[in-house]
Design a protein around this ligand. Structure first.
Ligand code: NAD
Length: 320
């Protein structure tokens, strides 16, 4: 029986699938300094990690029986991927498993900004009993997402998942992406099945000018530059709102704060920050920001899918 060490854990669904396919799965967390010894002693042939455990050159060299390293999630900075592949190991991650989770967070943030939920949640506990009428007046001019234009910058996996939900919410979706040539997406309508919807493509300037809401789904840029900085913010519709659930740095935080203060932007929602895990005080305390601590991918369903996706890849690897 082939033995798998899921050192940072694996979902119950993933574990079950592996066990049903004849693998032994151990989820005990072995400290990094004992990992090589335990892998060799027990004879593990696959190592599954999330972000905590690392699989460096030294481990790859020292564990000759290991033929598969799996990362539950996207980034593989904790694995020497090229070296492992050079040595003939299979290295896999699960890039698609959390796209729907991030997309749902974005929709939550769009509704939040449209109806001032972040501000209402801050003020109701302290003023709800004494200033009810004033707060009611303050939050009375919300808007609906239906009929508004959502600009998606980066129409890859998460961009498309977000576009599907936004179309479902009655929004017009326009997208800018210099690489992807996607022109339509498949929606799964409960009780109806699959329906194809066109994606309107535009350039960045057009997207900035036309969108009531903008959401970014791009990777950290190779040169570290911001995709949305001062110049881009100026080109946005006055009073528009912005979501960054991609990576800290793709929106310039300083320029964003200025745009919020001047009223150029109404609101912004951030799940990712410069200097994680210690975002700036100005960002954390700004009343026009709706904030979450990098939880875009963190749903129970995504954890299940990550486990099952890894299980499928292990089954394919050892089955071949
Ligand atoms: P993806 O590779 O499927 O799509 C990214 C798209 O962005 C590609 O189509 C690419 O052509 C496009 N792109 C790159 N640079 C661009 C630019 N300057 N302007 C416009 N488009 C550009 O990636 P994905 O799975 O959709 O993930 C997108 C990003 O989301 C990831 O790189 C990651 O940084 C982030 N992410 C965040 C969380 C979270 O917890 N908040 C979770 C998962 C991923």
């Amino acid at each position: 029986m082939k033995k798998i060490l899921a050192n940072d854990g694996i979902s119950a669904a993933g574990k079950k699938k592996l066990q049903e396919n004849g693998f032994e799965v151990v989820t005990e967390n072995v400290p990094q300094e004992n990992l090589i010894e335990v892998i060799n002693e027990v004879g593990y042939e696959a190592l599954l990690v999330r972000s905590a455990t690392t699989a460096r050159k030294e481990l790859i060299d020292a564990c000759p029986k290991l033929s598969f390293i799996g990362r539950g999630g996207v980034g593989m900075d904790n694995i020497d991927v090229a070296y492992a592949r050079e040595k003939g190991l299979t290295v896999a991650n699960t890039p698609a498993a959390s796209s729907d989770s991030v997309a749902e967070l974005v929709m939550g943030q769009l509704y939040t900004m449209a109806r001032f939920l972040q501000d209402a949640n801050r003020h109701m506990p302290t003023e709800g009993a004494t200033q009810f009428g004033a707060l009611k007046k303050k939050y009375a001019k919300g808007i609906e997402l239906g009929g508004k234009t959502l600009g998606v910058i980066g129409i890859g996996r998460i961009g498309q998942a977000t576009a599907k939900l936004a179309i479902g919410a009655g929004m017009r979706v326009i997208a800018y992406d210099p690489i992807s040539d996607i022109k339509e997406i498949e929606l799964h309508i409960h009780g109806l099945g699959k329906v194809k919807a066109p994606i309107e493509r535009t350039d960045l300037k057009g997207l900035l000018a036309e969108s009531d809401f903008i959401t970014l789904h791009v990777p950290k840029q190779a040169d570290g530059s911001a995709v949305i900085g001062e110049d881009e913010l100026k080109l946005m519709k006055k009073g528009a709102s912005l979501v960054n659930a991609a990576r800290g740095g793709v929106v310039n935080e300083e320029s964003l704060l200025k745009a919020l203060d001047s009223g150029q932007l109404s609101y912004a929602a951030l799940d990712v920050f410069d200097n994680e895990p210690t975002p700036s005080k100005d960002i954390l305390s700004h009343p026009k920001l709706s904030l979450t601590p990098h939880i875009g991918a963190a749903t129970l369903e995504a954890q299940d899918r990550i486990g099952v996706e890894l299980a499928d890849q292990i089954i394919a690897h050892f089955g071949s």
